[in-house]
Design a protein around this ligand. Structure first.
Ligand SMILES: [Zn+2]
Length: 179
């Protein structure tokens, strides 16, 4: 371990203790005498994403977060929803124990979750990720959602995709139920 101040190659450990998920070491430089702290942690095994063009890229949670955040922009979702979603997906990816995951699998995982959360966010994400070629494909996807919605009867966790009238009805229903 090189000294953080003078770069000298030799330091001694003056204190060492276990912290949450690793070891904290207090070190002192054998040349300049400066003290500094290092943390040692277990590094989770590398996870790589295989892109559509077969390129291999290290999994980057920030990228995942950015994509989800964009899709959820200005949607009335509870605080922390986006972070939780990204956390869940990351945890599941590591849990699978595979070193390489096709980007399509990750995209599907995001879509599946967004679909049960918020249709607008879902459509936004899908339009980027699935790269809807034209408005017809987009319309087909929305039709499927709307039809599914009518058949499945309003799932309570879902934010309505329908006009205000419908929103009012839902709100009235909810108020009614509470009484
Ligand atoms: Zn030093």
């Amino acid at each position: 371990m090189n000294c953080a101040f003078c770069g000298h190659h030799d330091t001694k450990v003056v204190d060492s203790r276990d912290v949450n998920d690793g070891v904290r070491r207090r070190r002192q430089c054998l040349s300049c005498g400066s003290r500094f702290t290092t943390y040692e942690r277990v590094q989770p095994a590398g996870l790589f994403v295989i892109k559509k063009d077969q390129r291999r890229e290290e999994f980057n949670k920030d990228k995942l977060l950015t994509g989800i955040r964009k899709a959820c922009e200005k949607r009335p979702l509870p605080t922390g929803t986006v972070d939780k979603l990204a956390d869940d997906i990351e945890a599941e990816l590591y849990h699978r124990g595979k070193v390489e995951i096709p980007s399509a699998v990750i995209g599907d995982m995001v879509m599946e979750r967004l679909k049960s959360l918020d249709y607008i966010a879902y459509i936004r994400f899908a339009s980027v990720y699935r790269d809807f070629a034209d408005i017809t494909t987009l319309k087909r996807e929305i039709d499927t959602l709307v039809n599914g919605e009518t058949k499945a009867l309003q799932p309570t966790s879902q934010l309505p995709l329908l006009p205000d009238e419908e929103l009012g009805a839902v709100a009235r229903n909810r108020r009614g139920r509470r009484r």
